[in-house]
Design a protein around this ligand. Structure first.
Ligand code: FAD
Ligand code: DLZ
Ligand code: SF4
Length: 504
């Protein structure tokens, strides 16, 4: 008979996790379960499943090496019932614990399961204090209207944590260095070769397992180069800090064919499954600034993503769920095009971003936002289908972080909670920030007719279609002024060309 059964989920691979505190090796047992249900509730990218299962196995091995008892259920264990509900039941029958201890989960879906479990077993749910801002603190800030916009929230977090602060003022004299962070990659500049990790025997086993069980899922399984242990994730962080952080700010928004990673961190899968913590990553970046090894625009830009955006989207998710996922004010209902899975489209930018996603279960922020996201917004694709795609295809995707980015930031389907205006853009933006257009069959400078970039007429079609909702938005004044000056014949031509392209 055990005292505590500590049920650890696949995104809770942190030694300091609240559920592991006070662990008594003589009386407590850790439960970890690989279950098909978690791999298939959306069809996750094969590399994402392999990454998580391998990281779980390595974490379990480290706990055991420390002397903790870990009851680990492998996916191919013949007795595995393949769901959290039934695996927890079986483990309770094996260990007869006085209570089950867990850290709050990342996703509403699992939170609902846990609330059900707590009606039939003694279940202690501890706060997930790997975040700077707890769910309760965010809700309080929201009530006090200090979280209505990310920028207010971020400044409040800087003040509360003292990160990048000096004498109550922001280091460098500004809160935000964004205007310096919008450079395309200069011709001939080669980003550093990225540190990837060769699969060890455990990862190779998992790769074989994923190949046999999830072969119909999207994405390349190999080459597999993600870190699956904390030690390697720390190496990946160190490599980013030394080789990439100094240029991170300048080229944060750039996109380049053949350069899948540029100067980005490649750390979101590690942060989100717990191999790295947000606190240590922000502290390490700040130390680079103080040591004079990275400039303020890079360090502030990077810290804002984690202390600002990452914390903000989590807060928005938990304050808004479950209703947050249901809204659709722009009435978008087109099905997700097949090319999101195949990359088979003459739009070079889209095929490049889907290709990166297929190869690595990764694409950087601007690819997700301004290419695949922008297309989904302009074409009016059903928000639920878009959200499911993003949740499936990225190794870092868990609903708490994916949904506000997709439903809110990209699709404006939350009515403006995440962003005061939609990030709609024509081909000119993609052309400025990337080299994709150079090898595209379309021309970003042609607005309509033969060779016109679809993003150009889809952009205006989007504004015309949603005029009743968006024209009221003061931040949309400029484009709607331009639209008002457009002859009706041009509007009609835009609508007709968009309809023909979208197959209406
Ligand atoms: P870097 O560019 O190096 O940034 C550093 C870190 O900042 C990231 O690791 C991440 O932890 C954090 N970060 C940056 N932007 C955001 C953001 N908008 N929201 C939350 N954290 C952020 N990020 C996820 O972790 N999971 C997702 O499922 C996810 N889905 C997204 C969907 C869309 C449509 C968009 C536009 C963005 C999404 N993001 C998501 C945010 C961002 O694209 C990724 O965090 C980033 O690309 C991860 O790569 P990186 O580690 O190289 O990031
Ligand atoms: C994403 C994922 C996958 C693919 N598989 C598992 C698994 O087999 N076992 C597990 O504990 N967790 C897995 N996860 C992560 C969970 O989906 C995640 O922990 C919950 O959704 C809570 O955020
Ligand atoms: Fe994309 Fe248009 Fe440029 Fe082609 S021309 S790559 S479709 S933005």
């Amino acid at each position: 008979m055990a005292r505590h059964l500590i049920f650890l989920l696949g995104d809770q691979l942190t030694r300091g996790l609240s559920a592991l505190r006070g662990f008594d090796p003589a009386r407590d047992v850790v439960l970890m379960a690989e279950v098909a249900e978690e791999g298939t509730y959306v069809p996750h990218h094969k590399q994402k499943i392999a990454f998580l299962l391998s990281a779980m196995r390595h974490f379990a091995a480290e706990l055991r090496a420390e002397g903790l008892t870990v009851d680990y259920i492998a996916l191919d264990d013949p007795a595995n019932t393949q769901s959290f509900d039934t695996e927890l039941d079986r483990a309770i029958a094996r260990h007869a614990p006085e209570r089950v201890v867990m850290t709050e989960p990342g996703e509403w879906r699992v939170w609902e399961k846990m609330r059900l479990w707590s009606t039939r077993i003694p279940l202690e749910i501890r706060e997930d204090d790997r975040f700077f801002c707890s769910r309760g603190e965010f809700a309080a800030l929201d009530r006090a209207r200090k979280a209505s916009r990310m920028e207010f929230f971020y400044r409040e977090m800087r003040r509360r944590t003292g990160i990048l602060m000096q004498g109550g003022e922001p280091v460098g004299g500004q809160w935000n260095f964004d205007p310096e962070n919008r450079k395309p990659l200069p011709k001939g500049m080669r980003p550093p070769k990225r540190l990837r990790f060769a699969p060890d025997a455990i990862t190779q086993d998992v790769i074989r397992l994923v190949q046999s069980r999830f072969s119909d899922h999207f994405g390349d399984l190999e080459p597999f180069g993600w870190a699956v242990t904390r030690a390697d994730a720390l190496r990946a962080l160190e490599h980013f800090l030394t080789d990439c952080l100094p240029s991170f700010g300048d080229y944060q928004d750039a996109m380049q064919r053949g350069e899948d990673f540029l100067f980005h961190g490649l750390i979101s899968p590690y942060l989100n499954c717990g191999l790295l913590t947000a606190h240590e990553v922000c502290a390490a970046a700040e130390a680079e600034l103080h040591a004079g090894r990275a400039p303020i625009n890079a360090v502030e830009g990077f810290v804002r993503q984690i202390l600002g955006w990452r914390e903000y989207v989590r807060g928005v998710y938990w304050v808004g769920m479950p209703g947050y996922a249901q809204t659709n004010p722009l009435n978008a209902k087109r099905p997700l095009p097949a090319f999101y899975w195949t990359g088979d489209t003459p739009m070079r930018c889209v095929s490049e971003c889907v290709g990166t996603t297929r190869r690595h279960a990764y694409a950087h922020h601007i690819q997700r936002l301004m290419v695949t996201g922008n297309y989904a917004l302009l074409a009016g694709i059903d928000p639920a289908q878009v959200a499911e795609w993003y949740l499936a295809v990225y190794a870092d995707a868990f609903e708490w972080v994916e949904l506000p980015n997709v439903h809110g930031m990209v699709l404006h389907a939350d009515g403006g909670r995440m962003g005061s205006k939609p990030y709609a853009a024509s081909g000119a933006y993609i052309n400025r920030m990337s080299d994709y257009c150079r090898t595209c069959t379309f021309d970003p400078k042609i607005k309509l007719g033969k060779g016109a970039c679809p993003f150009n007429y889809l952009y205006w079609d989007f504004l015309i279609r949603n005029q009743a909702t968006l024209a009221r938005n003061p931040r949309m004044g400029m484009p709607y002024k331009t639209l008002a000056a457009m002859p009706q014949s041009q509007r009609d031509a835009i609508r007709a060309e968009a309809a023909a392209f979208l197959g209406d």
